[in-house]
Structures are given as C-alpha cells and as structure tokens.
Design a protein around this ligand. Structure first.
Ligand code: 3HC
Ligand code: NAI
Length: 695
C-alpha cells in the first residue's frame, strides 16, 4: 500500500507530512498513518518537537466526505487528534491553502500554528449539515470568544490568516513560500526557548454571558429556519461552556452522529458533489477550450452591466457595446457603481478599481470595437428580431474563431445561430441576475455548437467562478422552463383558493429564499407578461389560462420597480395589495370557481409536484443531462433550499410514487396542467429513484 503520510527528522524536528491529493482529506489511511507516526515521533528520543504539514496545494480540507453515510472505520478522527495533542513535546501545524473542518480541528489539536499570509480557515461542517465532530466546538471557544465561535461554526465562513492571528488562532503568519520550513524554524525556537506543549483542551473556555446561546438560537430560528445543523452547533458550544473538556467532547460526538443521520446532511452532500459533477462532461474530455482574455458584451442594461462587472472581477478585459453613446455612458456608470460596491465591501482595493475602469473596461456604441474579442455575450432586449440583428453584425465584425454567445432567457439559440455564417461558434450563456453575484451559468448547447465552443463556455464559467450546467435548447432551457411550469401550478393554486401571500409564506416556510409572487415583483411583472403574449399564438386551447397577472400589468403595476405589483412597496416594506385579492376574486367568479381553503402542506405539494414533473420531462428530453444537473440549477439560480438538495433529490426523499399520486389527485382539477411525465411514471412503477439516472 502506498503511504499517504511521510515522516522525516530534520535537526531534531519530526516533520509529519500528509500527502493525500487532491485536498489532503482525512481518509482512513491518513488517520491511521498519522496516529502511528505521531506515536513514533512522541517515542523517539531524537525528536524534540513535531511539525504537522501537508504536501500539495492545501492543508487538510477536512474529513473525507466520501466516507460519510458509511459505518465509521477506526481510528476515529477525534481520537487521532486527542492523541496528537497529548504528546509531551511541542507540536506545530504548518498551514497553507485552506484548513477546513477536520483540517482546522487537526490544527487546533496541535500546540502552535504557523500559517502563510494567504491561508484561510473555517469550521465548515455546517455547510454539509454537520457540526465539527473532532473537537472543534470544544477547542475553538478556548481560544476565541463564544460570539466568534458561534459565528464561525454556525456559518462555516472562512477567515483569512490575518484575522486568525488577531483572534489568537494562529501564532505566526509568515511570508515565506515554504511554510513547512517556517514551521520547523518556529519549532526550533520553541525548543531553544524551552517552551513545551500547550494543549488547547487544557485552557479554560473564554469568559461569556450564559445568555449568548439562547440569543444565537433565537437568531438562527429566523435566519436559518428549518435547518438542524446550526442549532446542533450551538448545543455543542453550550456543552463546551458547561462541561469539562472530555464530557463536552462526547456531547459533541453524540450531536455529530445525530446530524450524520439526517436527510439534511445527505441533501447538502448531494449538493456538494453535484456541483462538482456538472462540469464533468464525457463528450468534452480531451477537448481544449479556446483562449479567452478579451470579451465583448452587447447591451449594458441589467444583465449586460452585471456580466461585464463579473468578467472584470475575474480578470478579463471587457468591451461593452450599447445602442448609442448616451446608453454606453449609462452602462459605464452602472459598472463603475457596482465595482464601487466591491471596493466598499473590501473585495477589491481602490487601485484595482482604477485599473479596471481605466485600462480593462470600455463602453461604446461602435460594434467595430469588438473585432478583436475572443468571445462576445449578447444581452440586448429579449426580442428575436433585435437579437438576430445583433448576431448579423457580430458575424460581420468578429474575428474568425470568436465565440458568439446569447444571454437570452427563453429564445431559440438555433434560430439565432442561423443568421450567422458560423453556427458552430454560437452558444447560449445564460447568466442570472444579479450576474456579478449569482453563481449559476446555463451553457446552452445548440444543434451545431462545436464541442470546442462548449468547452470554452465551461472554461469561461470557471474563470468567472460560476457553476456551469449544460442545457439543451427549448423554451427556457432547464431553469426557466421548469419555472414557467411551476408558476402555472402556483397560479392554479391561487385560483383554487389560496392567496398569493399565503402561497409565498408557505413556500418560504418550506425553505425558499423568496415566494414566487415576491420573485415576480422583483424581476418585473412585465417580463412574464411579454413572454405570455409572445407564446399566446402557440398556447394550447386546453390550457386553463390564468389572467390575474395580466390584469395587474394592465393597471401599469410591474412590481417593485413601479412600487406596486402583488405587493405594495412602501416605507415599511412590502405589504399584500388588497386590490390584487379583488382581481383574483373576479377571475374565480368568471371561471365559476368556488374558492376553498388550502393548507400549507397542499401548497407545497402542488409546487413540488409541478416542479418535479416538468424536471422529469427536461431530463427525459436530454435538456438536462441528469437529474443532478436540474438540482444544481434550481439550487443556484432559483433560491431552492440547499438543505433539501434540489427538487430531484427531494422527489427521491419523498418517493417518486408519492409525487405521482399527488399529480393524479391534482389532475382531477386540471387534467391538462397535471399530465404526469412518462419518466416519473416509469420510475414510480419500477420503484426506482431519480438518482439512479445520475451516473
Ligand atoms: N473529502 C473528500 N473529497 C473532497 C473533500 C473532502 N473533504 N473536499 C474536496 N474534495 C474533492 C472534491 O470532491 C473534488 O473532487 P473531484 O476532483 O473528484 O471532483 C476535489 O476534491 C477538488 O475539490 P474542488 O473541486 O472543490 O476544488 P477547489 O479547489 O475548488 O476547492 C476546497 C477546494 C475549498 C477544499 C473545497 O473542495 C471544499 O470546500 N471542500 C469541502 C471542505 C469541507 O467542507 N470540509 C469539512 C468536511 S466535514 C469534516 O471535516 C467533519 C469533521 O468535523 C469530523
Ligand atoms: P435591459 O432592458 O435591462 O437591457 C437591455 C439593454 O440592451 C438596454 O440597455 C438596451 O439599450 C440595449 N440594447 C438594445 N438593443 C441593442 C443593440 N442593438 N445594441 C446594443 N445594445 C442594445 O434587459 P436585461 O434585463 O438586461 O435583459 C437582457 C437579456 O438578458 C434579455 O435577453 C433577457 O431575457 C436576458 N436575461 C435577463 C435576466 C434578468 O433577470 N433581467 C436574467 C437572465 C437573462
């Protein structure tokens, strides 16, 4: 068996180095060898101090997530760390890259910590539905205040080396490129100065007000409603405050095991692995993307300006084209304003801002400026006519090999590609608003898009730190197509008797970031209205067309931007608009519907059934390659609760047969809307799960 931990003695300092690519996760062989070598270093008389380091790009990124859900195999991480901490010789962690989860816990089990200036730290377990399970909740509050420990552990947020040093988590921040060498030097100094072991577990917990835990619980019940792990983190921290170290550690272990059994843990880990799987496309293996350094953006409205900002922040040069110089100037100002925000939030410094605005970005009205760009993203009005006109010009001006992309939300990329002489270079790159914040990018592959161009779309996503999902061409691709369908179901729920506000509340309680009506108000009701008008000629006469949203638009109420939509946007925040109830009541009356009371459970069941049903069609048609691609889209672009893993994971958790039963029940009310997807019927009848299609 090849060794994953090496051992070397340099001038009396034992260097135990973990080498388990790609991220030095603490897999069972690592734990076993680490334990063995720590004992060896402890026993060997020639060893005066010990350095624990890592090879490769990072210190330990935590426990090996692939082992979760399987029976634990000894030695267990808390035991390895306790044994390391108990060594009667000073131990020093040499930290570079990211020390996350069990990685930071391992560092806390060392007596001293030396880090590079770029190193980052987090107890990130909560993001996987867990809590630190190897002493993190017990050791951290012996070094930092409980407020800080609660913040770090319940959010899983990373902190930099400077902050870690200020908090007392790190003893030395070094500029040296070789952190192991710096840690060895530090260890030698310890020996020279006669400094011995300094176990964190032997320290008292920091002074605190005992109410800090209940305050945290009250806050989390609002900000993280429905989530189990953040509260378990607080319970473990309270155990640290109330119990001696060893007892606190067993309380932490018990809570860790409990969280390991939850559906939320499995949902969050599904999300983690799915986000890494989406970019692994067998048809792109060995396909080299084109080089992209200079990009063009056509249209500097909401999306164009956001895409330009995002590209600038990712180090690309951007040329933005608007209709005229005035619009170009406006777009220039929008980008400047957004980047100013990045300066304020400390994401970039003032000098970088100046460089971006003066050297890397230009906004103008002459398409000729795009002649040397490697890739152009069109983000003009959502009109086929306007888009065709833009692509005709791009085809004329852009250099051979330039990728021509559209950010359209719904329109047919094949049709757009046909106006060019190079349909193989045309692709959809569908960003989400606000484009400099949202992580999702749908890479829409048209019939003639070449694999090199698809690979270039994925490479661009990586550069821009986006999560790219491959989508096929259809009205709305993956996300917006599913959205259009569940929006119809939601409107049907309102016609049946629920108010828009009751729907929003029930779905927020289910975990959605925002209810669908609040989302429509935010996006602008005119967008959906325009789409409905566009699709009106092709609408199936069997469809029950819901009209209340049109009535609201006809009154000139387009949502937040006009101060009124489904809600009234006043000083004290949004309030339900009573006139909306009147409009809805009139429509129910005209359609002969007697409204009934719908419980929150039914509202959620209808919403989820519609979402899963359309998603099943999207998968069956190959618009999404696998169910997990749908999950990643809904999680990262549509505010679906991450701790529920996405709609397909949710469907598997409740069972495809239950979703099908719901659909059959709702079909009694509207047989056209609630036609079961053949794939859902197949899985339900075979007793299979969507996840069986993920490989
Ligand atoms: N275990 C197993 N595999 C892991 C892993 C882990 N902890 N962390 C990352 N990987 C794998 C990824 O799945 C990916 O595999 P692939 O190449 O086959 O797709 C590979 O390592 C590289 O990961 P990324 O693509 O994410 O690389 P990045 O450079 O973008 O990010 C990272 C690196 C910041 C370390 C990121 O992977 C990450 O955040 N990892 C998870 C860290 C974490 O949450 N750790 C806590 C684990 S729970 C724990 O420690 C419990 C303890 O308290 C007992
Ligand atoms: P917008 O109306 O805010 O901006 C469009 C911009 O394009 C305007 O500034 C306009 O002056 C400019 N423009 C129009 N014709 C042009 C031309 N021929 N040459 C140069 N510039 C031209 O629209 P928005 O919201 O930015 O949408 C743009 C595209 O992005 C649409 O296709 C839309 O469907 C899509 N999209 C929109 C999202 C959103 O949330 N707003 C999300 C994802 C995609």
């Amino acid at each position: 068996m090849t060794s994953v931990v090496s051992y070397d003695i340099q001038d009396g300092i034992a260097v135990i180095s973990i080498d388990n690519p790609p991220v030095n996760a603490l897999s069972q062989p690592v734990r076993a060898e680490l334990q063995l070598l720590a004992r060896k270093a402890s026993d060997e008389a020639a060893v005066q101090a010990i350095v624990v380091a890592c090879a490769g790009r990072t210190f330990v990124a935590g426990a090996d997530i692939r082992e979760f859900g399987k029976p634990p195999v000894e030695p267990l991480l808390p035991d390895v760390i306790n044994a390391l901490e108990a060594i009667p010789k000073p131990t020093v962690a040499a930290l570079h890259g990211t020390a996350l989860g069990g990685g930071l816990e391992l560092a806390l089990g060392c007596h001293y910590r030396v880090a590079t200036a770029k190193a980052r730290f987090a107890l990130s377990e909560v993001t996987l539905g867990l809590l630190p399970g190897a002493g993190g909740t017990q050791r951290l509050p012996r070094l930092v205040s409980f407020e800080t420990a609660i913040e770090m552990i319940t959010t899983g947020k990373q902190i930099g080396a400077k902050e870690a040093a200020a908090l007392g988590l790190v003893d030395l921040v070094t500029d040296a490129t070789d952190v192991t060498a710096a840690a060895i030097a530090f260890a030698k100094d310890l020996v020279k100065d006669g400094k011995g072991p300094r176990p964190v577990s032997a320290l008292d917990v920091t002074r605190h007000d005992p109410s800090v835990f209940d305050t945290a619980r009250a806050k989390l019940s609002k900000t993280r409603a429905g989530q189990l792990a953040p509260l378990a983190c607080v319970d473990a921290l309270e155990a640290a405050a109330k119990l001696p170290f060893a007892e606190g550690l067993s309380a932490e272990r018990k809570l860790f095991r409990k969280m390991m059994e939850t559906d939320q843990r499995s949902a969050l880990i599904h999300a983690f692995f799915s986000e890494r799987k989406v970019a692994k496309l067998p048809d792109l293996e060995g396909v080299d993307p084109r080089n992209v350094a200079q990009i063009g953006v056509v249209g500097g409205g909401t999306m164009g300006a956001g895409i330009a900002t995002s590209a600038l922040l990712a180090g690309l040069n951007v040329t933005l084209i608007e209709r005229d110089t005035e619009s170009a100037e406006r777009a220039h100002q929008t980008v400047a304003r957004t980047l100013e925000g990045s300066v304020k939030r400390g994401k970039i410094d003032r000098a970088t801002f100046e460089t971006l605005m003066s050297e890397r970005f230009r906004a103008e009205s002459d398409y000729a400026a795009l002649s040397e760009t490697d890739l152009v993203i069109e983000a003009v009005f959502e009109s086929m006519e306007v888009k065709k006109d833009v692509f005709t010009q791009l085809d004329r001006i852009c250099k051979p090999g330039a990728v021509l992309a559209s950010n359209t939300s719904y329109l047919d990329i094949n049709e757009i590609a046909q106006v060019t002489s190079r349909p193989q270079d045309v692709i959809g790159l569908h960003f989400f608003s606000p484009a400099h914040v949202m992580k999702l990018l749908e890479v829409v592959v048209a019939d003639q898009t070449s694999p090199v161009v698809t690979a270039t779309g994925f490479a661009l996503a990586k550069t821009m730190r986006k999560i790219a999902v491959r989508a096929g061409v259809c009205d709305g691709f993956i996300g917006n197509r599913i959205l259009s369908h569940y929006r119809k179901a939601v409107d049907g729920t309102v016609l049946a008797g629920a108010s828009p506000f009751a729907v929003d509340r029930a779905l927020r309680e289910f975990g959605l970031a925002m209810g669908p009506f609040a989302v429509s108000d935010l996006a602008g009701l005119d967008i959906g209205w325009a789409t409905r008008k566009r699709l009106a000629p092709t609408r199936d006469p069997r469809e029950t067309y819901t009209e209340f949203a049109d009535r609201i638009c006809e009154a000139g109420r387009f949502g937040r931007k006009t101060g009124r939509g489904f809600y009234i946007y006043g000083e004290g925040g949004p309030t339900p608009d009573p006139e909306v109830d009147v409009i809805i009541a009139e429509e129910r009356k005209a359609k002969g519907i007697t409204p009934r009371k719908l419980g929150d459970g039914e509202i959620v069941d209808r919403f989820m059934a519609a979402m899963v049903n359309e998603a099943a069609r999207v998968v069956a048609e190959g618009i999404a390659r696998r169910p997990l691609d749908v999950d990643v889209v809904l999680l990262n672009g549509y505010g679906f609760p991450r701790w529920r893993g996405g709609p397909m994971h949710y469907a598997d958790a409740v069972g495809p047969a239950k979703i099908l039963e719901d659909i059959q029940r709702f079909a009694k009310e509207d047989a056209f809307l609630w036609q079961p997807a053949p794939l859902l019927e197949k899985l339900a009848s075979e007793g299979k799960l969507f996840s069986s299609l993920n490989d």
